[in-house]
Write a protein that binds this ligand. Structure first.
Ligand code: SF4
Length: 399
């Protein structure tokens, strides 16, 4: 089967790629013998001090490049497709879709309905989770892709299915549990539609989403955008001044509750609500409440500390994944060890040093096995996790 190839668009001057004579138009075929699915595979595979990069030159010749570099040093290549994969389109037909309401005759790309968790991480796009597979979630957790921005709209599964016109949209909410358990930072959004997901449904959604704090860092509530190009679409009504005031009051009630409990407001009404209600924007109010602002800054610093900790944990997890992946690829036999020492033209003292190092590395793996067997597995962590799953409830709605 033809390998998935990634075309080089540009080589950064002074980079390793330039030194290796990689040029625009060349195609990346694999790294360390592994085909690259997308930019995240590429970044992950590149985190090593030695990589073997298989390139195909424009004349079809293949070059296997052995690269020694700093652990997190980049090759300095820009690819034609920044994502290194096709963009995933959404599987929904939301009753409020802004793309369905665009005027005709505009640029083709403006009509593309994306729903791709990788773009959430790269560009801040929002995803609905409806086309996110277990494989995608595994990769998000493994590569520590965060934050993931999620369009929730409703936490009532049945209502969410109706709003997104997708029978899997309610079930998809369970994926949030996996992201939460893996400590993947998230931000949420609710597009509010009058008489559909507002009122008590909004209160229910906010309360359910508060359970994911602080991993779910914030929740924005925005009014549905309606244009004049709605012919044949689901009938939606615009909000009026009174509705906007009620939405703000409800959200500010939750903000006070969140602030008292966690030191952050968590849920935010977008500026449109304040403009529509004829009220001052909340930022101005917060400037007046100096004491509260100080508390807010303190909470933000604490959150930043938590994020730094999440980043540190990601680096360690990456390193362990990498070490295991590489070790498993080794087929240990006398013949292979001889090939290694011969091909690398090792001198006797180098071979002896490598034997010493191999014993040290083996020692690390034995230590890892002992920690897993003696500390992690007997700790009961997995039984507790299973119990939590049973607690997921959907308040009287069945799918
Ligand atoms: S997820 Fe919904 S709103 Fe977003 S592009 Fe798809 S149909 Fe439109």
């Amino acid at each position: 089967m033809q390998k998935k190839a990634h075309i080089v668009k540009k080589v950064i001057p002074g980079s390793i790629a330039e030194e290796l004579e990689i040029e625009a138009g060349d195609r990346l075929l694999s790294i360390d013998g592994t085909e690259i699915e997308d930019i995240f595979d590429y970044q992950f595979m590149m985190q090593d001090s030695y990589v073997e990069v298989l390139m195909e030159k424009t004349d079809g010749e293949q070059w296997l490049l052995e690269v020694e570099k700093e652990f997190d040093e980049d090759l300095g290549i820009e690819f034609e497709n920044g994502l290194m994969d096709v963009y995933r389109h959404c599987h929904n037909k939301c009753i409020f879709c802004f793309i369905d309401q665009m005027p005709p005759g505009m640029r083709e790309t403006l009509y593309f309905k994306d729903d791709d968790s990788r773009l959430s991480f790269l560009q801040g796009n929002y995803v609905t989770l409806t086309n996110m597979s277990d494989h995608d979630i595994d990769r998000i957790c493994r590569y520590r892709l965060s934050p993931i921005n999620i369009s929730f709209h409703a936490m009532n599964p049945e209502l969410r299915c109706r709003m997104l016109n997708n029978r899997f949209a309610g079930e998809a909410l369970k994926k949030v549990d996996r992201l939460y358990e893996a400590d993947i930072r998230m931000n949420g959004q609710i597009v509010l539609c009058k008489g559909i997901n507002d009122g008590e449904e909004l209160a229910y959604s906010i309360r359910r989403l508060m359970e994911y704090m602080p991993v779910l860092e914030s929740l924005s509530v925005v009014p549905v955008g309606l244009t004049k190009y709605r012919e044949g679409l689901y009938p939606l009504e615009p909000f009026n001044q009174e509705d906007a005031a009620a939405v703000i009051d409800r959200i500010e009630g939750f903000q006070r509750e969140c602030f008292a409990a966690h030191g952050i407001h968590f849920v935010h009404a977008s500026d449109e609500w304040y403009i529509l209600a004829g009220r001052e924007l909340p930022e101005e109010e917060r400037e007046i409440a100096a004491a509260e602002a100080l508390e807010y800054e303190k909470a933000k610093r604490e959150l930043a500390g938590k994020n730094a900790e999440i980043d540190r944990r990601s680096k360690i997890a990456n390193l362990y994944c990498k070490a295991f992946e590489k070790a498993i690829m080794l087929e240990v036999s006398e013949e292979n060890v001889r090939i290694w020492t011969d091909c690398c033209r090792m001198r006797e003292n180098e071979i002896a040093d490598n034997a010493k190092e191999a014993r040290e590395i083996a020692g690390y793996f034995i230590e890892i096995a002992e920690i897993i067997e003696d500390k992690i597995l007997p700790s009961g962590y997995f039984e507790e996790e299973g119990d939590d799953d049973d607690d997921v409830e959907y308040l009287g709605f069945t799918e």
